[in-house]
Design a protein around this ligand. Structure first.
Ligand code: R5P
Length: 321
């Protein structure tokens, strides 16, 4: 059965790149459908699928840097594809938003990760993403009810570091980044340090000082999964510069990047900032779409082996763990 990719508005380049990598790993037909999108004068979305999706396995591809306005268009596309005869509809979201509010930290807070997961699980049959922010949830299965696959960014980041930076030391700015920092360091074959962070507010953090003893001749490389306000990275950059006497390279998996984030990092004295291409296709970004395509292909194979790709209403969706 052929695969059709439906780019959500703004995700056209991501869909083309995803298609290229999917084709490289499969002999099945992979097409990118044309989607017409505009907004009515009142802001409502108009979407039209210009190519057939009947009888195909569809993936809606969304680059969700600004998830609130984009989420509805994903749901509209999923429903349209299903109504127009797609055999199954998956969501390929290289960056999965709303994973950080995974608990009620203060009385009365909405646990948005759960609500977002429920909405996505109702609309889609399967999900593939790159390194979601799994902290209190042990896996996506703890919150998503549909089969999912996670593509790791570590192989691509490790290749990037190995090809460019002699004698690196990988540094995770907080406990949550430890999983990525350790994975990357193990692949590069270099030492790793993990710092401790206390978040004081949306744009304010305190971070422990790195112990550079015995490592000061190495190039520090800070790695975090998300750079949003950039306060975590910037605070870590200052500490690392003081401890190592040299500017660190900053690597982020997901370039959420608030408008002032790059300025904040520049002012802190980062030697270079590089991110993966889960949200932006900028030149020089670390390409993780090969890993995303491999994860999507693996998920499809797994579902086919288990008795066919699930589709809405066939009762094969899992309950959350
Ligand atoms: C949370 O712990 C994440 O791993 C990142 O450290 C965090 O989202 C970065 O946020 P910001 O750039 O706003 O400091």
């Amino acid at each position: 059965m052929s695969t059709v990719l439906l780019p959500a508005p703004g995700a056209e380049a991501a869909a083309e790149l995803f298609a290229t990598h999917l084709r490289a790993g499969s002999s099945d037909e992979v097409r990118v459908a044309r989607v017409e999108f505009r907004r009515f004068p009142d802001g409502e979305a108009y979407l039209r699928l210009l190519d057939s999706v009947a009888g195909t396995h569809a993936w809606v591809v969304g680059t969700l840097r600004d998830p609130d306005p984009q989420a509805l268009t994903l749901l509209f596309l999923a429903d349209a594809a299903r109504e127009l005869g797609a055999a199954s509809v998956g969501l390929a979201a290289p960056y999965l938003p709303y994973m950080r509010q995974d608990a009620r930290f203060k009385d009365g807070e909405a646990i948005t990760s759960r609500t977002f997961a429920r909405i996505v699980s109702q609309a889609f049959d399967r999900l593939v993403t790159v390194d979601p922010h799994l902290h209190r949830y042990p896996s996506l299965d703890a919150v998503y009810r549909i089969p999912s696959a996670v593509a790791p960014s570590a192989p691509a980041i490790a290749r990037w570091i190995s090809q460019r930076l002699p004698r690196p030391v990988v540094i995770g700015p907080d406990g949550e980044s430890e999983q990525w920092a350790r994975d990357v360091a193990a692949r590069v074959g270099c030492p790793v340090l993990v710092l401790a962070k206390q978040r004081l507010g949306d744009r304010s953090v305190e971070i422990s000082l790195p112990q550079a003893a015995g490592l000061a001749d190495r190039q520090p490389v800070l790695i975090d999964d998300i750079i949003s306000s950039a306060r975590t990275m910037a605070t870590a950059v200052r500490h690392v510069r003081a401890a190592f006497g040299r500017a660190p390279v900053c690597v982020g998996v997901h370039a959420v990047l608030a408008p002032d984030a790059m300025d904040v990092l520049r002012e802190a004295g980062a030697a270079k900032v590089v991110t993966c291409n889960t949200l932006t296709m900028v030149e020089g970004a670390i390409d993780v779409f090969g890993e995303l395509a491999a994860a999507a292909t693996g998920l499809a194979l797994q579902l086919n082996t288990a008795g066919g790709m699930p589709s809405a209403g066939d009762g094969s969706r899992r309950s959350p763990g």
